[in-house]
Design a protein around this ligand. Structure first.
Ligand code: SF4
Ligand code: SF4
Length: 511
């Protein structure tokens, strides 16, 4: 889920009419001083980082004068937190607080609806507060059809023990909060603390909004770079992975780097999961055998072979890895031969120069294993394929043996494809180009491309493969990028078929 910074969250709340402390974002101690001077009183200086417990980590400082705000900014800016640097601070007026409340919303998957939570006691340690004061906390499952209605907001406040003069302003704020959160399609949001100040105003002192990953593309105004939960700025490879994922709705491709500074022979493995929970079991097996993991990748939810291909190319672009390991749940409903073909093409194009062990259990796994076993020997490094009945530990032991014995080729020969003499071409959904060299196809006996084409969009005409749909239909997704026409042609045909799939710039080549 994509988290918004506190400042962004407050900007959205302000736009809905909710008060927030006077202040702004700064990037230098000089800006902190100028802002504190402009505020003209005690201020709070807060690091804008996606970590919890900022107060306990000394990332929230109080300053009575501009000099103190400057000092706090000098000390915090440039500090490393969890592998990234604090580069922005929020400087806000410090308010005198009479009472603190908590207001939150989550999308409850069980209730299949948003749930509002209001507590008449707020502040840090809200979970503990909730345990101690259950009578002052109220929940409301909001009907998604009607939205939050005025009387429901008032009832929520009453059930949290709020009455009298506070009832109307607080229930109005609850409505404004709900409108904001719904407007940006958040999966979770909170104002904590929501303060009643000595001056009698309700003010959002701290706020967090987390937007649903699947809704991010509808909200360019939020400026979310990657719709994933990171606690640090994304790496170039993570940005590249997101560029693949954001434009291809088919299946899921999740990529996070776990280590970036490692070298050959340190036992660091490129990890490719194919099914979330099962992927974790396989990753644990690698760690238990003393390997380290360069990245966590998951391609699941029935991704096309082209997505698996791009995931594999990104994994292999990490120069220090000693091996490649795929492992998943073993019960995936996706047809695993698509993943197998994505891997085979990636291993041919890269080319593979570290041993790979592929544990590819799930639907049609025998076919997937056969595709991988047939391709073994084509690449500089060995590939072994296993299914759901092969325990992860045993597969990891095989990787251990292969990495121990394999000596990487210093300069593996890149894959060579001759220029087609008689090209027949069409484009694919993600900017790829399928090419059949009809001069080669004419003499091909197998014509395996036609029978292996998953959506059956190829026919033979005059003894050569052509589309039986329009080029535009193929480009709009009729060609599912199953990669069968290239991979099967390579092994069973006359090698007249080739697919070029654009890759992120960070890999630096197109195959
Ligand atoms: S299998 Fe390859 S060479 Fe044979 S017809 Fe198909 S694309 Fe052409
Ligand atoms: S033309 Fe058919 S076989 Fe080739 S990639 Fe597209 S869908 Fe797959």
């Amino acid at each position: 889920m994509a988290k918004l910074h506190e400042y962004q969250s407050k900007t959205l709340l302000r736009a809905a009419g909710i008060l927030t402390p006077k202040g702004g974002m700064v990037e230098t101690p000089g800006e902190a001083r100028a802002l504190a001077t402009g505020i003209g009183g005690p201020v709070v200086v807060k690091a804008q980082v996606w970590v919890t417990g900022r107060a306990g980590r000394n990332l929230i400082r109080f300053a009575d004068a501009p000099e103190a705000a400057t000092t706090a900014a000098e000390q915090m800016l440039g500090q490393k937190i969890g592998g990234f640097t604090i580069d922005r601070l929020l400087v806000e007026e410090r308010l005198t607080i009479e009472q603190e409340f908590y207001l939150g919303l989550i999308i409850d998957d069980h209730a299949r609806a948003p749930v509002l939570i209001l507590s008449a006691v707020g502040g840090s340690g809200i979970e503990e507060i909730a345990r101690q004061h259950p009578d002052q906390m109220a929940r409301l499952v909001v009907n998604v059809g009607t939205g939050l209605r005025d009387f429901e907001a008032r009832d929520l406040c009453r059930r949290a023990g709020i009455s009298g003069k506070l009832l109307l302003p607080l229930s109005t704020l609850v409505l404004q909060f709900f409108t904001t959160v719904r407007g940006c399609e958040a999966r979770a949001a909170e104002i904590n603390p929501l303060a009643m100040t000595a001056a009698g105003s309700l003010v959002a002192l701290d706020a967090r909004i987390t937007v649903d990953d699947n809704a991010v593309f509808r909200h360019p105004e939020l400026g979310i770079e990657i719709a994933r939960e990171f606690d640090r700025p994304p790496t170039p490879l993570e940005r590249a992975a997101w560029a693949v994922e954001k434009d291809d709705y088919r299946g899921t491709f999740y990529f996070v780097q776990m280590e970036t500074e490692f070298h050959k022979s340190e036992g660091v493995i490129g990890f490719h999961g194919n099914g979330g929970g099962g992927a974790m079991i396989n990753m644990d097996a690698l760690l238990a055998h003393g390997f380290r993991i360069a990245n966590f990748v998951d391609t699941s939810g029935n991704p096309p072979a082209s997505k698996v291909y791009r995931a594999a190319r990104l994994i292999l672009s990490q120069p220090g890895i000693d091996g490649y390991f795929m492992g998943g749940s073993g019960v995936a409903s996706q047809e695993q031969y698509h993943s197998a073909r994505g891997l085979v093409k990636a291993f041919m194009d890269a080319p593979l120069n570290v041993p790979a062990v592929i544990r590819i259990g799930g639907n049609a796994e025998e076919q997937a294993i056969a595709i991988l076993q047939r391709a073994n020997g084509t690449f500089p490094a060995p590939v072994e394929a296993y299914g759901r009945d092969d325990p992860p530990d045993q597969c990891v032991e095989r990787l251990r043996a292969l990495t121990r014995d394999y000596v990487p080729s210093p300069e593996p020969a890149p894959r060579h494809t001759p220029q087609p003499a008689e090209p027949y071409q069409f484009e694919t959904l993600t900017g790829g180009t399928v090419t059949y060299d009809h001069a080669v196809c004419r003499g091909c006996e197998s014509k395996v491309c036609v029978e292996s084409c998953d959506p059956k969009i190829l026919s033979l005409e005059g003894g050569v493969p052509v589309l039986n749909i329009s080029r535009e239909e193929a480009r709009r997704g009729g060609c599912t990028e199953c990669l069968a026409c290239e991979v099967e042609c390579y092994f069973l045909g006359s090698r007249g078929g080739r697919i070029m799939l654009p890759l992120p710039d960070v890999i630096g080549q197109e195959h």
